[in-house]
Design a protein around this ligand. Structure first.
Ligand SMILES: [Zn+2]
Length: 376
């Protein structure tokens, strides 16, 4: 195994990828990451279709010509949450068994893992790697706005979807995710001097306050519904009745029914004004459906678990509140497992790390899972 899963060369590739700033809005950087990966897939005989984008990096669809209709879809993203200049401040480093740097675990280590897993299978004479299609998208961290459609189109007809978000700190895979939505409530009122002619004003802030209280009443933590106005803006001066107030709302749900119900209730709350003469404009929607651990996902997880057992790795699963592209593939009815990347933690922060010992381990797991699924 060592010849094909050489930790040193895997870390070299990881260093190259981490040291390219590739925040979602940095098209040039994300495209550069793509350019590093393309020849590596081509070496393995894959063909790459580039889906050009204006605002974000181009999405890449990687397919083997011998298997135009692969049965396994792997989804991995090339973008990070870090802005341009982060690499200069804290480039790739290694200390005490961990690797650090922007996007190291979310999910540049996963990109390395995908390449090496496919390479490993090819080198060992398994044709299973040809039965894989890979989508490398460039806007996952901003909700996969432009890649969602590609993922939903390509996953049709697949038997399995493997999503390469990192494994949790304790190595768990992810079989359940809450669905999420984002909404903006923009309230228009009427400005007036609060000392001279307050009766002429219509306070947008007052109206938004009513809405915030009502929206927060939709919280039902016991059943996995959370509604949070996390940012508010508004007002011009302390002695001016505010003409404008904006609230930004994050919503999480555990089931598809809840998604519909909560969206409906939000619309209801915002349908009429509590402060006469103010107007409310509601925009946004439920962005990612929930991923539910149904029988199909359970069956796929058991396969992965058995492959892990053969390798001497105990594989557990867990649920998380965050969204990922697994939400799209699972909502399409395709058995999906997430968290197949290497192990690490503190994603989206400057303390983000990869547990280096997991890089080869999880890559081998991925390769063996592909091999097993190819026989299904
Ligand atoms: Zn990610």
């Amino acid at each position: 195994m060592d010849a094909f899963l050489n930790e040193k060369s895997m870390l070299d590739l990881l260093e190259t990828l981490v040291n390219i700033d590739s925040g979602s809005h940095n098209k040039e950087g994300v495209d550069q990451v793509g350019q590093k990966l393309v020849p590596l897939f081509q070496e393995l005989g894959f063909e790459i279709k580039r889906v050009k984008q204006e605002e974000v990096g181009d999405h890449l669809i990687v397919t083997h010509p011998k298997k135009k209709v692969a049965s396994i879809l792997i989804v991995a993203h090339m973008d990070t949450v870090f802005e341009k200049g982060t690499v200069a401040l804290r480039p790739f480093t290694i200390a005490e068994g961990r690797a650090y740097g922007p996007g190291v675990i979310d999910m540049k280590a996963s990109l390395v893992s995908v390449i090496y897993a496919l390479r490993y299978l090819k080198e060992f004479g398994s044709k299973a790697y040809q039965n894989v299609q890979v989508i490398l998208n460039s806007d996952e961290e901003i909700g996969s706005v432009t890649s969602r459609e590609i993922i939903e189109t390509e996953v049709k007809g697949k038997s399995f979807a493997l999503i390469m978000e990192p494994a949790r700190r304790d190595g768990s895979l992810v079989t359940e995710r809450r669905g999420s939505g984002r909404f903006t409530i923009e309230v228009h009122g009427k400005a007036a001097h609060s000392g001279i002619e307050p009766e002429k004003g219509r306070s947008a802030i007052e109206e938004l306050a009513h809405k915030i209280v009502k929206l927060h009443e939709l919280n039902d933590h016991e059943h996995g519904i959370s509604v949070n106005v996390g940012i508010i803006e508004g007002g011009d001066a302390v002695n001016t009745i505010s003409a404008m107030a904006i609230g930004h709302l994050d919503v999480r749900v555990s089931t598809l029914e809840q998604a519909e119900e909560v969206e409906h209730k939000i619309e209801e709350v915002c349908a009429s004004a509590d402060v006469n003469g103010t107007e409310i404009e509601l925009t946004g929607d439920m962005r990612r459906p929930p991923m539910l651990k149904d029988k199909k996902i359970e069956a796929l997880f058991n396969i992965v678990k058995n492959v892990g057992a053969d390798l001497g790795i105990e594989i557990k699963d867990t649920k998380t509140g965050g969204g990922s592209d697994a939400s799209f593939t699972s909502a399409m009815g395709i058995p999906t497992i997430d968290g197949l990347g290497p192990i690490g933690g503190n994603a989206h922060s400057d303390k983000e790390y990869l547990e280096i010992s997991s890089l080869k381990e999880r890559t081998l797991l991925l390769a063996k899972v592909i091999e097993r699924l190819n026989q299904k």
